[in-house]
Ligand binder design. Structure first.
Ligand code: AMP
Ligand code: ZN
Length: 466
């Protein structure tokens, strides 16, 4: 097996990846809260996780990928105050919370498909694992990590020694961050809800009985309960966006390790944000919220242009969304597709040399921008066209996933060929028929100078915009 290096937030270092069970990887990625469409910032996180999974598979690992669907209990504020997001969605749209969850789960899965993101092996809905979550809280209660307030059962973060081991922040800074939402009954500002009680005067749409009274689980407990239930001992890699480091993942670690006494996941990986102009994070609560539909599909742009754009920035670097960036990505993707098309038949072999170069980059903390450069280097090399085509096809189908074989997505404007070029093409066709190769070569050069590629096929000469 080749060596894979991954940046681990836990140690703040690039580390050689070592799996727990030989040849297999347990991967848990925090999924969406299904009360609205995913925005393209969220989708950047899932593209990064998809690349991670593809890289592991390309290296020969058998990956077991689990993703949760948060369909209950994620409150508007990270610190357990405010409204339940599902109940909020229900009010907004006049549907039940269950209908909201079902609708946006479907929409989310459809977005993943459009982005060529490979589906997880196991989807976990929080509402289907309520008993597991209750069982975990019971263990924490028995071990003395919990206390009760008027609105729920809380985790006492002062009892967990390494509460700041993922964030690497001093406890004071973490507490400052948590103090934004005031809850006088909490012992420490970083304490978080494991179980919230339903209001006494109101019936919630989603609520369950528990040893502590009717209510619903806190947000972080679902990821601990579900990852342990599905991955068992294979707690290899856990991922999310960087906003999950200080609260959600910190809390997952605190409660899981307190319950089991063992390390909860060996590698923690986080994707940087998609920002809008001025470095502002794209967020659901703002009006800068762009979905795949309104930023791409409605404008006639293939969603895979977004995937291609995301691949051009390393996952740990911030990426900026603006129309110019997307236009360039569209051009870049079309160019790659044309390069692929112009290589003729697919009957060559994958180049070992370039595959190794490519692996070196993707195995170096998923350096996809460099891997794209290796693909271009390979295309410029002296490999035969057939081998180039086979190699590029493998890079795309295994890792990039930008659909280079799909050639019919161009707009009218994109494929319109200048009259002048049409004329030169006809002249070239004639020169070839007359076996006037000197003239035919001269015409090829002239056409290429005008920004087109020339392809000679059985059916005659074809030209494409570069
Ligand atoms: P949520 O549905 O808010 O829990 O977010 C789903 C995923 O998207 C999480 O992994 C977040 O960390 C990630 N995320 C949220 N906003 C952004 C953003 N602007 N850019 C990149 N990832 C984000
Ligand atoms: Zn999670």
């Amino acid at each position: 097996m080749n060596k894979i290096y991954l940046y681990n937030t836990l140690t703040r270092k690039k580390e050689e990846f070592k799996e727990i069970k030989n040849g297999e990887v347990g991967l848990y990625t925090c999924g969406p809260t299904v009360y609205n469409y995913a925005h393209i910032g969220n989708l950047r996180a899932y593209i990064f996780e998809d690349i991670l999974k593809r890289v592991l598979k390309y290296n020969g690992y058998k990956v077991k990928h689990v993703m949760n669907i948060t369909d209950v209990g994620h409150l508007v504020g990270d610190m357990d105050m405010g409204e339940d997001k599902l109940e909020k969605g229900s009010k907004r749209e006049g549907k039940t919370a269950w209908e909201i969850a079902e609708f946006y789960t479907k929409a989310f899965k459809s977005d993943l498909k459009k982005l060529n993101i490979i589906e997880p092996d196991i989807w976990c809905k929080a509402t289907e694992y309520i008993q597991k979550q209750i069982d975990l809280i019971k263990i924490l209660e028995k071990k003395g990590f919990t206390y009760k307030t008027s609105d729920g059962i809380y985790y006492d973060t002062s009892k967990f020694k390494d509460y700041n081991k993922l964030s690497h922040l001093d406890l004071e800074t973490l507490r400052e961050g948590a103090r934004v939402e005031k809850n006088e009954e909490k012992k420490n500002s970083t304490d978080f809800a494991l179980w919230k009680f339903s209001p006494k005067d109101k019936k919630r749409q989603m609520e369950w009985d528990s040893p502590w009274g009717i209510g619903f689980p806190g947000w972080a407990i679902e990821c601990s309960a579900m990852s342990m239930a599905e991955l068992r001992e294979q707690l290899d890699i856990h991922c999310g966006g960087i906003d999950h480091i200080n609260v959600h993942h910190t809390n997952e670690i605190a409660q899981s390790e307190a319950a089991t006494g063992k390390q909860f996941f060996n590698y923690w990986m986080h994707g940087a944000f998609l920002n809008i102009k001025g470095g502002k994070k794209m967020a659901k609560s703002d009006d800068n919220f762009l979905t795949l539909k309104n930023a791409f599909i409605k404008k006639g742009i293939d969603p895979l242009v977004y995937r291609f754009a995301a691949l051009q920035t390393h996952y740990r670097k911030p990426m900026e969304y603006n129309e110019e960036v997307m236009k360039n990505a569209e051009k870049g993707l079309n160019h790659l597709k044309n390069q692929f098309r112009n290589l003729g038949e697919i009957n060559g072999k994958v180049s070992k040399k370039f595959k190794n170069k490519f692996l070196e980059e993707v195995n170096n903390d998923l350096n996809i921008p460099k891997a794209l450069a290796v693909a271009q280097e390979m295309l410029k090399s002296d490999l035969s066209n057939e081998d180039k085509k086979a190699t590029l096809l493998e890079f795309d189908s295994e890792i990039f996933g930008v659909g280079i074989t799909n050639l019919d997505i161009k707009t009218e404007e994109d494929i319109k060929i200048d009259e002048n070029v049409e004329m030169l093409k006809k002249e070239r066709q004639k020169a070839r028929k007359e076996k006037n190769f000197e003239e035919s070569d001269r015409l090829r050069d002239e056409i290429e100078k005008l920004g087109y590629t020339v392809e000679d096929s059985k059916d005659g000469v074809r030209v494409y915009k570069k």
